[in-house]
Design a protein around this ligand. Structure first.
Ligand code: UDX
Length: 459
């Protein structure tokens, strides 16, 4: 009998990438495939510490040492400098028959595709973000040629014309944050240009989206990638498929979740709470932190805010919160280090999500039918917030502002004044997301096709 297919899964070593790729790993194992999930030592330690989830027996972990860096910019440099030879060594050291294929994060494509080509192993890239975002990154060079980047503060509101399908949607301020870097030779900008270009050499593309959300742009990506698997929302796909032992929601968390906030939510009125989280990377100045706090308190709704221990910039961590603000926060708010976010969004007391528009958070909010206030900062977040507000109409975009009166107005708009209108599209898109993961739904079918294609390795 032939050995079962063995897939190497290679995430970029940060929370927003590890989580969806680990969920995919679990789904593949559930379908009978063997998976080796390649972590950094640091993330592996954090995953074991933070997650109580039992792992499928077909899932193994392997580590690449020495890649981890404490801040995200240094992590990009480390991936650029260290990753490829270490990944090659790991593949060689595994011995036995070569893996059936590598599923590599779209921003690890350079090393993965080159090692795959050297050793004759097919590579599928998983861009863990939206189709609109993947399509935008693929146009970085075109944006430069057409003079749309770099841009200055005064031209931020000019419309973007060089990304087909998104012409009437994006302004310059809606492009990924790297487009705000004035120097196009900047190594981080170049990192994304080269990774995206290498991604096009992969055999196929996986996207963490669903067909009905982004059909026109998925179709355009089809001109570059002959095979595309839109398989989001992955956490819902996992729940729909593994009903006998549902995965706990901390399954891919690198930080321990504080579940006490669920009890606090139980005591709040239905759909009254604004959940606030800026994901795992975004940082605030002390001034921004206080503006958000004032805006939330003045917005008049109870709020649950994830205040990570490193959320406020280190140099700004002085305790000078005014007494009256502290009192109002204690009356109306609940602050936690890190929450069980999927469960929080699914809780009946939550009515809105003030988010940084990270793609996982966006997908989780869509699935839960919770409308968003978007405050994007880095990476694809500017793209996501624009799509959420103007394309899908499931939120409001407070891009590039965060004074207390704007925060208060956004809370009132989302929770009261504009709620009826926004909830119509939010409920409709949430239904489409839930349908997509059911048997016969588009994401369910795309996952089945991916599994069959891996088993037969025909691309
Ligand atoms: C990063 C980038 O910021 C984001 O733009 C990109 O799309 C993915 O990589 P991150 O900042 O961590 O991700 O945000 P996001 O993509 O939203 O992922 C955060 C994950 O952490 C979510 O799956 C969320 O459920 C989880 N989370 C967040 C928790 O489990 N608890 C929390 O308190 C907050």
């Amino acid at each position: 009998m032939d050995a079962p297919p063995h897939v190497l899964i290679l995430p970029f070593p940060a929370q927003g990438h590890v989580k969806p790729m680990l969920t995919l790993a679990e789904l593949l194992c559930h379908a009978g495939l063997h998976v080796t999930f390649i972590n950094t030592d640091h993330n592996h330690h954090n995953l074991r510490r933070s997650s109580s989830a039992p792992r499928p027996h077909r899932l193994r972990f392997a580590s690449i040492p020495g890649v981890h860096r404490p801040n995200i910019t240094d992590l990009f440099f480390s991936v650029m400098d260290n990753f490829k030879p270490k990944f090659r060594d790991l593949v060689v050291s595994m011995g036995g028959p070569p893996p059936t294929c590598i599923i590599a994060d779209g921003i690890m494509a350079v090393g993965a595709v080159e090692v795959g080509e050297e050793r004759g192993i097919p590579v599928i890239c998983f861009r863990t973000q939206s189709a609109c975002s993947a399509w935008t990154y693929l146009h970085l060079t075109k944006l430069i040629e057409d003079g749309e980047i770099p841009f200055s503060g005064e031209t931020m509101d000019l419309p973007i014309t060089s990304i087909p399908g998104l012409e009437n949607l994006f302004r310059r301020r809606d492009l990924p944050s790297i487009c705000r870097i004035g120097d196009l030779q900047n190594p981080i900008f170049q990192f994304f240009v080269t990774q995206t270009s290498a991604m096009t050499r992969a055999s196929a593309l996986i996207l963490h989206t669903f067909q009905n959300l982004e059909a026109p742009i998925i179709a355009k990506l089809g001109a570059i990638f002959p095979t595309i698997y839109p398989i989001g929302p992955l956490h819902a796909l996992l729940k729909a498929q593994i009903t006998d032992h549902p995965a706990p929601s901390d399954s891919g968390s690198l930080i321990p979740q504080d579940r006490s906030c669920l009890t606090w939510l139980d005591s709040q009125p239905s759909r009254s709470v604004v959940y606030v989280s800026f994901g795992s990377l975004v940082k605030l100045t002390r001034g921004q932190f206080l503006e958000f706090l004032y805006g939330l308190v003045n917005g008049g709704k109870p709020f649950l805010w994830v205040v990570r221990s490193d959320l406020v910039l280190e140099e700004d961590r002085v305790d000078e919160t005014p007494e009256e603000l502290m009192v109002a926060t204690r009356e109306r708010g609940c602050l936690v280090d890190w929450a069980p976010q999927e469960e929080v969004l699914a809780h009946w007391a939550v009515g809105g999500f003030l988010t940084h528009s990270g793609w996982n958070s966006t997908v989780e909010s869509i699935l839960a039918g919770v409308p968003m206030i978007c405050w994007p900062q880095i990476a694809d977040q500017q793209v996501n917030s624009r799509c959420a507000s103007e394309l899908w109409r499931i939120g409001v975009d407070m891009k590039d502002t965060c004074d207390r009166s704007t925060v208060e107005k956004m809370v009132r708009d989302l929770m009261e004044d504009k709620r009826e209108e926004i909830m119509k599209s939010t409920a409709e898109i949430s239904r489409m997301a839930r349908d997509s993961v059911e048997k016969g739904g588009s994401s369910h079918s795309a996952l089945e096709k991916l599994i069959e294609d891996i088993k037969s390795m025909k691309f």
